[in-house]
Design a protein around this ligand. Sequence first.
Ligand code: ADP
Ligand code: PHD
Length: 558
Amino acid sequence: MVAALHFAGVKTSHGTVKRYPLQPRFLLPRRLSFASSVASSAVQCPGTSWTGCSRRVLKVSCEASKFDVIEKNEAANVSFGQNENQLSCVMKFGGSSVASAERMREVADLILSFPNERPVVVLSAMGKTTNKLLLAGERAVTCGVTNVSCIDELSFIRDLHIRTVNELGVDKSVIEKHLEDLGQLLKGIAMMKEMTPRTKDYLVSFGECMSTRIFAAYMNNMGVKARQYDAFDIGFITTDDFTNAEILEATYPAVANKLYDDWNSNPAIPIVTGFLGKGWKSCAVTTLGRGGSDLTATAIGKALGLREIQVWKDVDGVLTCDPNIYPHAHPVPYLTFDEAAELAYFGAQVLHPQSMKPAREGDIPVRVKNSYNRNASGTLITKSRDMSKAVLTSIVLKRNVTTLDIVSTRMLGSFGFLAKVFSIFADLGISVDVVATSEVSISLTLDPSKLWSRELIQQASELDHVVEELEKIAVVNLLQGRSIISLIGNVQRSSLILEKAFSVLRNLGVNVQMISQGASKVNISLVVNNDEAEQCVKALHSAFFESNHPELNIGYTN
Ligand SMILES: Nc1ncnc2c1ncn2[C@@H]1O[C@H](COP(=O)(O)OP(=O)(O)O)[C@@H](O)[C@H]1O
Ligand SMILES: N[C@@H](CC(=O)OP(=O)(O)O)C(=O)O
């Protein structure tokens, strides 16, 4: 069966015109395929041979009201997925992946290059927009209402977004109101001379709200039906902990209902804002902590029971250590949820610390991929993997950690002492990362993950309060400027790991101040001084991952 389609011409990054169909669904037979890049594309039913193929062939299937876009590379076999009409996976693209018009084109192309997927797309704000918004807010606090329009970061954000819509050929109206409201909000902040956490969350939400609107409009211009969603309007219900809200259970059924209902009644690729939610009491916009779009993605994966969650970054997957510390770090092909969670929790910026939780609960594989190098195989994170040969998987560094040495004044026995210390932390809402205990003393590091910035802030007053409380029962020594080096791997082989690690550290003349091997079986933590930490990571990396002893290099070979 061959039918005529209307095509919209779209300018590509190379200035050529690609042609995409305009979704005249009433014109379409039950299922269609068509060749793109060929002006006079033939439309045919699946099962017939591909005609008019240039290097790439797009295929659109419409079954009843269902909608599907499929791309075929010459080399690849096209096959339909098993549930070809349902949403199949999440594809999350971080700020680095959608930093410009050029990048948005790449991402659209990438999405369409997956023939068998009907993805829910989750986007972060473009590039460094979140940081710029925060800086703009901080400047507004002190600059005075009349100077708001001169804030450099505001001009930067405006220019970036307007340039992007222009370059993509998208109507400016999709973000005009947001840009106007953003200016008003900054004036409000300037007037109040303060920026509360609640205001901060509303302020940064403009980043994701604009990137998703631009991208959805671009997809629609290409003839690929897409629908933009603000997460706070589709059931992402959170606690009211502004800047670091937690997703509440009610989110899952609400999001599933909304996305599936819309998909079933009028299919269009959902383009959802990452990072954002709605406080259940305040009904105000909340955020899930920096890097929170990863968590949005895994939460949607769990809510919809999807087959896979893909998080697309600017690196070839989770690496054996932070590439900013050691540029030749290697991709880790397989991780368990536990390993990935530990790695993220202990400071690897590549994943949001809480993002593995929904994926683990839903048992949905997470794939970390590189949007700049789509052929790299990336990292696959699943419930379990063959650990028989695994030793060390990755080395993670968390800087600027505060440690506390707490020695009992012996008014309490050991049991009462531990209980009392931890009840103080519980009362103050502070969680602890690493703990080492003896009968009458405890050494621990404080969890900075609740803090807004990825740079750890010294919360002086909070720490003073902790010390004050602890001093009622103990002698307390507070030490700042420490780092935690976490050795993520197979703690079943901890003796081997520790032997090697300590020999490396001894050679460097570094004294380990605290060591903790948790019951988690995937992490050994070492506390060292900040100024020694980077050289330790580099030396450990070369000893474990570049040694001539294959038994020590196998963290990423299985
Ligand atoms: N172990 C690690 N593996 C991979 N990337 C890491 C690691 N540790 C830190 N990173 C950093 O994390 C960055 C990717 O995370 P992020 O910036 O949140 O991506 P996105 O904004 O695209 O979601 C990388 O560019 C890299 O610099
Ligand atoms: N834009 C937010 C949320 C996010 O997840 O971003 P990214 O995916 O670029 O890390 C942030 O910068 O924190």
